[in-house]
Ligand binder design. Structure first.
Ligand code: URA
Length: 251
């Protein structure tokens, strides 16, 4: 790829990180087409899986899980969307199961798919540094993604994929019971907060989800592409840390 083309693509990615799909009619059309393909694919899967195997019955019980390990056991063979067919690993989540602080990303990338652990690639290393900058060790917090399986070619997860996977994340949140959640990037923020705001509109605000305070910042992968955003991220995480300290002091 020529360096000019690469530069243009990176810039478009940056814009998408802040504004989502609003700016890109074309990208919406591509996703609609992809979604239609996946829909027909899913019919195929539904037909194939109509006869309930023990595993399917087991999976439907996941709401009854009373700890993270048994939840993982119940859902790790999930085939509810087409990502189940292409993944190498089901990337459940990692960290302190009783963490006060939870971080939520978008979906596993190639490194995470290989290792079965969220945020272990370059973006993950930056995330570890961001945590250290606010006096947190990675193993003190709990880290999970909206979608548990890697979307092919690192595309954004489709709305259907996020919707299908979201009950797993909500169950993880219910079990971990964090006091605060930091969403990493626009996709994770919009999915968790069920809105279509831009990242600029979300950053700096505190939202509430079942009594848990939620904030949003840049995705570490976006910071790798655009280091100018690191300053803004630093402001966000300082606010996030302050919010957490205030909550702890109050209890
Ligand atoms: N990006 C994410 O959103 N999650 C990961 O686990 C890795 C990269």
């Amino acid at each position: 790829m020529s360096s000019v083309k690469k530069y243009i693509l990176e810039s478009l990615k940056d814009q998408k990180e802040i504004f989502g799909d609003i700016l890109y009619e074309k990208s919406i059309n591509i996703e609609v087409k992809e979604r239609q393909e996946i829909k027909s694919d899913r019919w195929h899967v539904a037909e194939k899986t109509e006869v309930k195997t023990d595993n399917n019955l087991f999976m439907e019980d996941f709401q009854k899980a009373d700890n993270l390990a048994s939840l993982n056991d119940m859902i790790k063979e999930c085939q509810k969307c087409s990502l189940g067919k292409t993944r190498k690993s089901f990337v459940f989540g990692v960290g302190n199961p009783n963490a006060d602080i939870m971080l939520i990303g978008e979906a596993p990338g190639a490194d995470e798919d290989e290792q079965g652990i969220p945020f272990v690639g370059r973006a993950g290393k930056l995330l570890t540094d961001i945590l250290i900058a606010i006096n947190l060790q990675r193993d003190e917090v709990y880290i999970a993604n909206i979608v548990k399986c890697r979307p092919p070619k690192n595309r954004n997860p489709l709305p259907e994929e996020m919707e299908t996977c979201m009950p797993y994340l909500h169950k993880q949140i219910e079990l971990v019971k964090p006091k605060v959640i930091l969403c990493l990037g626009l996709v994770a923020s919009n999915a968790l907060l069920k809105n279509k705001s831009t990242l600029t509109g979300l950053r700096g605000n505190v939202y509430e989800l079942n009594d848990i305070k939620v904030m949003a910042t840049y995705h570490p992968a976006a910071l790798l592409r655009n280091p100018n955003w690191k300053k803004g991220c630093w402001e966000d995480v300082k606010k996030f840390r302050k919010l957490y300290d205030e909550l702890v002091a109050r209890n």
